[in-house]
Design a protein around this ligand. Structure first.
Ligand code: UTP
Length: 499
């Protein structure tokens, strides 16, 4: 109690203990332990910053950058951008081989950001454990684990020796326990346990508009993870950079848990970034339409940055180049390449300069009588750092543009009529992709009368593909290696290709 009270007094938050006399011994112990994790000066600054943000008119919460006004935006210089659609096959091959070589030599790791609460999806377990309804019933974690297996196999074929490819998973207080049990129940999906490293990001208290820490129970502070940009502190907190060094890892592919099409340690992306000597790279997709609400990768006052669509005026969004392409077209998909040297520079030198983003949220709280209240409108502030805010520190930035239908379909929202980025849209995106791969590899599908069905490759987000075809990531991670299994063969759907 004494230590906790002193911390809270110094931070200007003594009210956190206002229900102390009513708490049980156990509740007191856990509240004191939670408070003792907090650093008083940081807590004070955090609460003040939240109160300042709350005092601003709506829409004027402080942005991350030094200046995000529309005039300051410049498009990406063409020299930094590569494109999967426009690259020559020989170039793509060269980058793929280079990437596989890096992976095979143990220089690459993948890092999953899985600490989010997934409030929009609204399930009481980590998003990675979600089953989007594929015929195989595989969860996002399983799909990702199997893609790692496949890349390890492809890389090992190049070098002739086993390939490690460690998988670092950043979790939070919400996701660590269930993720650990899930992996252990599933035998780490066949991956060596030593190559799956889970670590936990920090949590921050949610703060009311009056600058006071919110209690979600009489003895419980409402805490939220510190954003996916909490990665950089978590890396130092848990000695992850040392672990990477010990393993000889030099390049890291960082991605979000919810993109069902993510290419784990994509060799082409890695080869592209390594060949360019990039310290930091972003995979992007072209916008679906000019005003699509996605973060834009661009330059702000000469620094690479992701700018929220809400900070860009409509005229800027609509701007086109002489060739007709949108000038600001690089949609961020939270899929990044960072060298370990750059990660170290960020973690040790630049992290403190990352400005938290402010989100107004509905945070359940206890009223003065100790009753739990679920607010109907936002009553609190959560402050989060974003993983991509480090682009500004890059000395050699690279951008790799890929096709959305090949690489991006996030699971964000609960199913409801017309909702975007749901389990249905994710499932369809994957099934369409596998159907296309099967056709490209020369498969034919038969209808009930044994007639060959015409190929249909026109992706429609709202419709299922004409046949159900799911291909295990253990046999193909990007459509490769399928011809020997399907070329010239006829199949009655559904087709489940497994190892
Ligand atoms: P989102 O911004 O989609 O947040 O995260 P979320 O928490 O998953 O979902 P909502 O907004 O509550 O509905 C993008 C990625 O960043 C990770 C998520 O797990 C996801 O992979 N993330 C987010 C973290 O790792 N830590 C965080 O604190 C926040």
């Amino acid at each position: 109690m004494l230590a906790a009270a002193a911390i809270l007094a110094e931070a200007g938050q003594p009210e956190v203990l206002r229900f102390w006399p009513q708490l049980s011994e156990e509740e007191r112990g856990s509240l004191a332990a939670a408070v003792e994790q907090l650093e008083p000066a940081e807590l004070r600054d955090h609460c003040r910053a939240a109160a300042r943000a709350a005092a601003l008119p709506p829409g004027h919460e402080p942005g991350p950058g030094p200046h995000t006004g529309p005039q300051a935006l410049q498009p990406l210089p063409p020299g930094v951008v590569g494109s999967a659609a426009r690259a020559q096959p020989a170039e793509l091959n060269r980058w793929r081989e280079r990437g596989l070589q890096e992976i095979g030599e143990g220089r690459v790791a993948v890092l999953l950001l899985a600490g989010g609460q997934g409030t929009r999806l609204g399930v009481p377990y980590p998003k990675g454990m979600y089953d989007v309804g594929l015929p195989s019933g595989k969860t996002l974690y399983q799909i990702q684990a199997e893609r790692i297996h496949r890349v390890r196999t492809l890389a090992a074929e190049r070098t002739g020796r086993p390939c490690p490819l460690p998988w670092y998973i950043m979790t939070s207080e919400f996701t660590l326990g269930p993720t650990q049990s899930f992996f252990s129940q599933h035998g780490y999906f066949g991956l060596p346990q030593a190559d799956v490293v889970m670590f936990e990001q920090r949590m921050l208290p949610a703060v009311g508009f009056d600058g006071k820490v919110i209690l979600e129970g009489m003895g419980r502070i409402a805490m939220a993870p510190d954003g996916n940009g909490g990665l950089y502190r978590a890396l130092t907190d848990h000695g992850i950079l040392d672990d990477m060094e010990r393993r000889g890892v030099c390049e890291v592919h960082i991605y979000c848990v919810d993109n069902i099409l993510v290419k784990m340690a994509d060799p082409v992306f890695i080869g592209f970034c390594v060949e360019r000597g990039a310290d930091c790279g972003a995979k992007v997709v072209g916008k679906a339409y000019p005003t699509e609400p996605v973060g834009l990768v661009c330059l702000v006052d000469g620094h690479y940055q992701v700018v929220e669509y809400s900070e860009v005026v409509p005229a800027t969004m609509q701007r086109r180049n002489p060739d007709g392409q949108l000038t600001f077209n690089a949609g961020n998909i939270c899929n990044h390449f960072l060298t370990v040297a750059f990660l170290k520079a960020v973690a040790w030198e630049f992290e403190a300069q990352l400005k938290p983003h402010v989100a107004l949220k509905k945070v359940p709280y206890v009223d003065e009588d100790g009753n739990c209240v679920k607010p109907e409108k936002p009553n609190g502030i959560k402050m989060e750092k974003f993983v991509f805010d480090v682009f500004q520190f890059s000395k050699n930035f690279a951008v790799w543009e890929v096709l959305r239908e090949d690489e991006f379909s996030p699971l964000k929202n609960a199913e409801s009529v017309g909702a975007k980025d749901t389990a249905s849209t994710a499932r369809r995106a994957l099934l369409w992709q596998h159907y296309r791969w099967a056709l490209q590899a020369g498969a034919h599908f038969l209808d009930h009368s044994n007639n060959r069905m015409p190929a249909c490759t026109q992706l429609q987000e709202t419709d299922d593909p004409p046949v159900v075809c799911e291909i295990s990531p253990l046999i193909s991670s990007a459509g490769e290696g399928l011809e020997e299994r399907v070329k010239g063969r006829e199949f009655h759907p559904p087709l489940l290709l497994t190892e």
